[in-house]
Design a protein around this ligand. Structure first.
Ligand code: EPZ
Length: 423
């Protein structure tokens, strides 16, 4: 069993190149199924979720390689359109392969994605949208069996009840080679959607409006392989900025995409950190004295609102702030599971439904805690770096899903963190 050992009390200082984005590399890997040729993806992060996606692709007959942050996927010969349950279970977002398989093969069988640490992860919007495009989808004993009813899927006008990232992605994956035009209203506007569409356009897709609420996709006959560089991970950027804010010190992100980080930066700067953005891709942060609590309620919202994936890491930075901060988690049902670990480290947090009230304390102390989910686990590292004494973090498999070599990055910034194997 691997654990992280973190000793707090040191200020951080250094410069970082951000890893490639987990939440665009996964849909882009799924989309490579549609191309019928070879796709080469640069800046692909070395994450367990990426390796799980490559295993799923391999299981369908794709030839996949990964070396030095470059993934190559040759989807010329697809030999299987059923994804085994054990592979589906490895990665919550594997439902994205449903759209890709349906778009490529016209049929697929996947298993109902289990809930996860964030609560139930329904896919009703995915299913109803794909049915509108001519797919017959039924559940049978925990499996989802999809089949297109005609020669091809057909375009449709789809209005999403909620701007779901995954549903938007699955619709796009089915629409790019469907017959006719698809319009998605109330589409997700996350930067990862734009990265997926950038990749698909390089493969020959006809997509416009991504990044806005209305996306128009005109089906084309076929896509082809391409080379594509995955964008930097904005949530990893938010994580390291929050860590530095929590521990004190200064950091430069060399390749951040500033516009993508703005919804997060606009809240972080209210803590009293000094933040400078020198161009579209560089962010400098300095955190000197005790942070201030954020006066306005921190509401997680779809992009361009404050990102839910940054909620835990920002909370970690506010545990010792001067004053009280209030969070409102509007995206997921159970996204406060990290607060128990913070309280064990001495934090003062009260959670009622989707509200978390964080009253700043003078200091935190080390403790033995377990990562509850990907971003909650990263937030525990952040809290541990600002705590007095040693913190032991278990169940770090959650953290390895989304952060590439996080202990090396923290050490590069001057933090005291080791990965150890413990029974
Ligand atoms: C993506 O999840 C991300 N995952 C999440 O990041 C991120 O938190 C989320 O978008 C919101 O930005 C990946 O991209 C792999 P949603 P996704 O569909 O697509 C409900 C991380 O830490 N919903 O926008 O699953 C759903 O239950 C992960 O990197 C339905 O009710 O998010 C949730 O409450 C965590 N029915 C809300 O919408 C549906 O059919 C947002 O879900 C679909 C979603």
């Amino acid at each position: 069993m691997q654990k992280f050992i973190v000793r707090g009390g040191r200020r951080l200082s250094g410069e970082l190149e951000l890893q490639g984005c987990k939440n665009s590399s996964l849909p882009i890997l799924a989309a490579s199924l549609l191309c019928g040729g070879e796709c080469v993806l640069m800046n692909c992060p070395k994450l367990t979720d990426v390796f799980a996606a490559l295993r799923i692709l391999g299981c369908t007959g794709c030839k996949c390689t990964f070396s030095d942050n470059t993934a190559a996927v040759d989807s010329k010969d697809i030999t299987r359109n059923e994804i085994p349950e054990e592979l589906m279970r490895e990665m919550r977002s594997s439902i994205i392969f449903m759209g890709a398989m349906l778009g490529r093969c016209g049929e697929c069988t996947v298993s109902v994605p289990g809930g996860c640490e964030l609560g139930p992860r329904p896919i009703d919007m995915h299913i109803s949208a794909l049915r509108r495009m001519g797919a017959d989808i039924r559940e049978d004993g925990g499996k989802i069996i999809c089949r297109r009813m005609g020669e091809k899927l057909h375009g449709a006008k789809i209005s999403l009840a909620f701007p779901s990232v995954g549903a938007t992605e699955n619709i796009i994956l089915c629409a790019v080679t469907a017959d006719g035009e698809t319009v998605i209203n109330n589409a997700a506007r996350e930067p990862e959607i734009c990265d997926l569409c950038g990749f698909l356009r390089k493969c020959g897709a006809d997509i416009s409006g991504d990044g806005e609420s209305r996306i128009v996709i005109k089906g084309v006959n076929a896509l082809h392989g391409c080379e594509y560089r995955i964008m930097p991970d904005r949530i990893a950027g938010a994580t390291y900025l929050s860590m530095t804010a929590a521990a004190g010190g200064e950091i430069i992100l060399r390749n951040a995409c500033v516009p993508d980080l703005e919804p997060f930066l606009s809240v972080l700067e209210q803590t009293g950190c000094s933040i400078y953005t020198s161009s579209r891709d560089r962010v400098y942060l300095r955190s000197g004295s005790r942070l201030k609590a954020v006066r306005d309620r921190i509401r997680t919202m779809p992009h361009p609102g404050f990102p839910t994936d940054a909620q835990a890491v920002l909370m970690a930075a506010l545990l010792c702030a001067d004053g009280t901060s209030v969070f409102e988690e509007n995206i997921f049902d159970c996204r406060y599971r990290h607060t128990d670990a913070f309280i064990k480290m001495g934090a003062d947090i009260q959670v009622v439904g989707k509200i978390a009230v964080v009253k700043g304390v003078r200091s935190l102390h080390g403790a033995a805690v377990d990562a509850t989910d990907l971003r909650g686990g990263a937030a525990m590292i952040s809290a541990a770096l600002s705590a007095e004494g040693m913190t032991e973090i278990g169940r770090i498999c959650h953290i390895d899903r989304g952060y590439e070599k996080i202990e090396e990055t923290v050490r590069l910034l001057g933090g005291d963190m080791q990965r150890v194997v413990k029974d």
